[in-house]
Design a protein around this ligand. Structure first.
Ligand SMILES: *[C@@H]1O[C@H](CO)[C@@H](O)[C@H](O)[C@H]1NC(C)=O
Ligand SMILES: *[C@@H]1O[C@H](CO)[C@@H](O)[C@H](O)[C@H]1NC(C)=O
Ligand SMILES: *[C@@H]1O[C@H](CO)[C@@H](O)[C@H](O)[C@H]1NC(C)=O
Ligand SMILES: *[C@@H]1O[C@H](CO)[C@@H](O)[C@H](O)[C@H]1NC(C)=O
Ligand SMILES: *[C@@H]1O[C@H](CO)[C@@H](O)[C@H](O)[C@H]1NC(C)=O
Ligand SMILES: *[C@@H]1O[C@H](CO)[C@@H](O)[C@H](O)[C@H]1NC(C)=O
Ligand SMILES: *[C@@H]1O[C@H](CO)[C@@H](O)[C@H](O)[C@H]1NC(C)=O
Ligand SMILES: *[C@@H]1O[C@H](CO)[C@@H](O)[C@H](O)[C@H]1NC(C)=O
Length: 821
């Protein structure tokens, strides 16, 4: 069915996809994060299905054989038991070779489930007779495309390693394999004979309940063929006492084309030469495995010996008609098999053998210590190989640079790092920072000199130490570091940090040498961090705390959001919680009356936007005991009972102008259990000072301009978060016995929880000027008090404006003085 369709599926699509293969691979890469996270779901649910469903397609003869066994039929159904299972992470997907020539994307349309279409027809039948007459003549609806590109293109992961393990070695050899391989292969399954539970829960162990051990490999093949075949290109079967080099294995498989039938391993030069030796591992392609499934009965009937090598080999020879291949795509499968292997005595000789350094597996291993020693040895081999290949790449780049326009020797230093950023205009020139051992000059626009802080200090001293070490190597060990003469540092976003340092060295005779060193700390590979999927449909609760003296401000706020927000928000997506903050009991009694003006504004807004949800609340926060900075914490506390734990909350204040796009940004930026959002708002300067240099035509809007305001990164009063994250934080607070009377929420999150905090300037939040009073209570918390003072100072106006003001004042004074004379 699908096969014939695939052939037919329009060649035009094929061609265009091939042409844009590079684009495709990028798109696939991007989408795969999402796709696979869901693609795994059906897989896991298959795993979850009951064993009886699983056995149904199993052909009858194997069932007969199973019945003839000593076990009851109940046990038969229980033949497989998945003891433990764990969802795969998105990160273990490699896409390395999907650009190879063998890979042709094809469309795999989902078949439309027939039952569903029947149903819809019957519905039509009952509802509308006229349409039913037409229904049979209607052409069958167009094919449904799968939801995820990975399904449609049949993208699979690279390799699954199936380990036939001994139960008593689950916690030694198997665990070792799991730990050393899980970074390199996509999936690791351990098949054991007994139903045991004492193994690390993150290992995926499957029990086979059949006493006839010689059937075990067939169960494994069957399991892989039925459940895993659509998700992996390669299957690697090994016993657990084989050492496997995970890095080498993936590298090996990356070089082999996936379009072929392959039964690969180490064949021995005896009568069994057509079979791959099981001990050193067998690689099977999914196409071979598919063929095996069709004739599994024959295989089980003809399993004469107890030898796994024979049993698997005979089965594959019969079904896939392929003998063991030792090499594919000119890459040879190398394994080291020695039943008398002793690491300590043999390694001296083996070290000299290139074959041993190249081998993929070592078999058999008798104790865990040897496994560890092999791991260490082969790690060293891989490090050496990597260093060597980096060197070769460097040389190749240097050689091929001779064919470029600039000619030899014009490649940017260091080799392999992207060329330096070329500023298109003089405004984009990257800055160089000058530093000495203890201080850095002109680090930012406001300071002339700064002492080197922790990270900078470490950074610079690491650079100095490394250079000194290199000089010693080149000019002799008698040199010692005396001082740093000059240091220059530049961060280039395209490549990394570049340093030029002049250092003074002295030798034994007190002669001084000045040496210049140039260093580069390249940027690492950019990594995409998988994030949960969030949508813009989440309901957002906007909590607006209003103090008693802020009634008019609140009304201004309402008029503003009426223009920007209210026409697109509905009851099921948005709720505004107008919260009157009262400080005394008496005020609390007056709150209904206090709300009157606000209520009438809300009512007039509601006449047009009837879909809005706006509610009124009152919270009593005695100002004597609760300082301003921790009010938000108490506020959240009081809403804890009123809102669901999965409520998305945004807290702000009535001075703010919120633009229409902000709420959606908030919905996307706050991720439950993962991320909070503390936007940096644009704060208006004092209106009188602005008015001196600008004409303010409309006092309700705030222009985004440096003479109008600033991005205030010292304030933490706009907060997007989930209630559940706050509740978790509260648990941590009480666990650590922290008194929350003076701390702010942001500091608590940074200090106590692992959540990400997204903090960035957001131009959709603009805050009207208000005088900042620094609470004397805050002096208990010096950080918070400092922040307040800085806001007071910077929030008034820019330095330029203040300077103008002073100069003008001086002039006025001067002229009046002159006049007076
Ligand atoms: C769907 O239609 C086919 C043929 O018309 C019929 O045999 C089958 O029973 C129907 N299935 C259901 C679920 O109605
Ligand atoms: C069904 O079709 C007849 C004529 O073909 C028409 O008179 C009648 O209004 C139609 N009924 C409906 C519900 O469309
Ligand atoms: C075992 O391997 C799986 C991946 O297959 C990994 O997620 C898990 O953390 C590993 N467990 C241990 C104990 O190494
Ligand atoms: C094998 O690898 C080891 C460790 O990297 C190395 O010392 C040795 O020279 C290598 N042997 C050969 C023949 O390359
Ligand atoms: C670095 O420069 C600062 C400012 O000029 C100076 O105070 C300091 O002593 C210098 N440090 C060293 C190690 O020379
Ligand atoms: C709210 O906005 C609508 C237009 O979206 C406008 O017609 C209405 O007068 C506004 N209401 C108030 C109270 O400003
Ligand atoms: C402000 O407006 C007045 C008259 O409308 C104009 O003469 C003046 O140049 C404007 N000032 C600025 C700074 O734009
Ligand atoms: C918090 O206080 C309790 C009792 O007051 C004490 O047992 C506990 O160790 C304290 N926890 C911390 C982290 O200080």
């Amino acid at each position: 069915m699908a096969g014939s369709y695939r052939q037919k599926s329009s060649p035009a699509i094929h061609r265009s996809r091939l042409k844009s293969r590079y684009v495709l691979s990028i798109v696939v890469g991007l989408i795969l994060g999402f796709a696979l996270s869901f693609a795994c779901l059906p897989l896991m649910s298959i795993c979850d299905s009951s064993p009886s469903i699983f056995l149904e397609p199993f052909s009858s003869s194997l069932n007969v054989r199973l019945d003839s066994g000593s076990r009851s039929s109940n046990n038969k159904l229980d033949s497989f038991r998945i003891l433990n299972r764990q969802a795969r992470s998105i990160a273990d997907v490699t896409l390395v070779d999907y650009r190879s020539k063998d890979y042709e994307p094809r469309i795999h349309p989902l078949r439309q489930p027939s039952a569903k279409s029947n149903n819809s027809n019957t519905n039509v039948n009952t509802n509308n007779k006229n349409k039913t007459a037409n229904a049979p003549t209607r052409p069958p609806s167009t094919s449904i495309r799968p939801r995820y590109i990975a399904d449609e293109l049949g993208i699979r992961e690279k390799v699954l390693v199936a380990v036939l393990a001994e139960t008593d070695r689950l916690n030694t050899f198997s665990l070792f394999l799991n730990q050393t391989l899980h970074d390199h292969v996509n999936r690791l399954l351990f098949f054991i004979n007994d139903n045991v539970q004492n193994f690390p829960k993150t290992m995926q162990v499957i029990a086979i309940n059949d006493e006839r051990t010689y059937l075990k490999p067939f169960y494994v093949l069957k399991y892989l063929a039925e459940k895993m075949i659509n998700s992996y290109d390669w299957f690697f079967l090994v016993p657990d006492n084989t050492f496997i080099r995970g890095y080498k294995l993936t590298e090996f498989l990356n070089h082999i084309s996936i379009g072929q039938d392959l039964y690969m391993g180490q064949a021995f030069d005896d009568v069994h030469a057509v079979y791959c030796y099981f001990g050193s591992g067998i690689i099977i392609s999914s196409s071979v495995l598919r063929k095996v499934l069709t004739e599994l009965d024959w295989c089980t009937k003809n399993a004469y010996s107890q030898d796994v090598t024979d049993n698997i080999g005979r089965c594959i020879l019969k079904t896939a008609k392929s003998p063991c291949a030792n090499a594919a795509s000119s890459y040879q499968f190398k394994a080291y098999v020695n039943y008398r292997f002793e690491f300590d005595t043999d390694i001296v000789k083996l070290r000299k053998s290139a074959n041993f350094n190249d081998s993929l597996t070592v078999h058999p291993i008798n104790d865990l210590e040897t496994m560890l020693k092999l791991q260490k040895y082969f790690n060293q081999v891989e490090i050496d190989e990597t260093i060597k290949s980096i060197k070769t790449y460097g040389e190749t780049i240097e050689q091929s640079s001779c064919y470029t326009l600039e000619g030899c020797g014009h490649i940017p230093w260091p080799i392999g790092v992207p060329p330096p950023f070329k500023p298109p205009t003089r405004f984009d020139v990257l800055r160089w920072d000058y530093f000495n051992e203890t201080h850095i000059y002109l680090k930012n626009d406001n300071d002339v000199i700064d002492p080197l802080k922790d990270d900078d200090y470490e950074d610079i001293h690491e650079v100095i130490d490394y250079s000194v070490q290199q000089f010693k190597q080149t000019y002799g060990n008698q040199l010692t570091f005396k001082t740093l003469l000059n240091g220059y540092r530049q961060f280039d976003p395209t490549r990394g940090t570049h340093y030029v340092i002049d250092i003074v060295l002295t030798d034994g005779n007190n002669n001084e040498y000045i040496k210049r060193a140039e260093l580069m700390r390249p940027l690492g590979l950019v990594e995409i961090i998988p994030m949960p999927f969030v949508t813009e449909t989440t309901k957002l609760f906007l909590i607006l705390p209003i103090h008693s003296d802020e009634e008019s401000v609140a009304i201004r706020f309402l008029h503003h959001v009426n223009r920007t927000l209210f026409d697109r928000e509905t009851r099921d997506k948005f709720e505004l919680l107008l919260t009157h903050i009262v400080t005394t009991k008496e005020e609390n009694y007056q709150t209904q009356k206090w709300f009157e003006n606000i209520r009438s504004t809300v009512d007039s807004i509601r006449q047009i936007h009837t879909q809005l949800a706006i509610t009124y609340h009152t919270v009593l926060l005695p100002s004597s005991t609760i300082p301003h900075s921790s009010q938000l914490i108490y506020l959240l506390d009081s809403f804890q009972a009123k809102l669901r734990t999965n409520a998305l909350i945004f807290i702000t204040n009535p001075y703010v102008n919120i633009d229409s796009d902000f709420l959606n940004r908030c919905r996307l930026n706050v991720i439950e259990n993962i991320q909070m959002f503390f936007p940096i708002a644009f704060y208006q300067y004092h209106p009188h000072i602005i008015a001196l240099s600008r004409n303010i035509t409309d006092s309700t809007t705030i222009d985004l301009h440096k003479t109008v305001g600033w991005f205030n990164s010292y304030a933490y009063e706009h907060i997007g978060l989930y209630m559940s994250d706050y509740l978790n934080l509260k648990r941590l607070i009480s666990f650590h016995n922290i008194t929350i009377s003076t701390v702010n929420l942001y500091d608590l999150f940074v200090q106590l929880s692992d959540l990400h905090i997204l903090r960035a300037p957001d131009q959709s939040l603009r805050v009207h000027y208000r005088t900042i009073k620094c609470d004397t209570n805050l002096q208990v918390n010096p950080i918070e008090y400092d922040r307040c003072l800085v806001q007071q100072e910077k929030g008034l106006a820019s330095r330029g404006q203040l300077a103008m003001l002073i100069i003008e004042n001086e002039q006025i004074k001067h002229t009046t003085n002159v006049k007076n004379k």
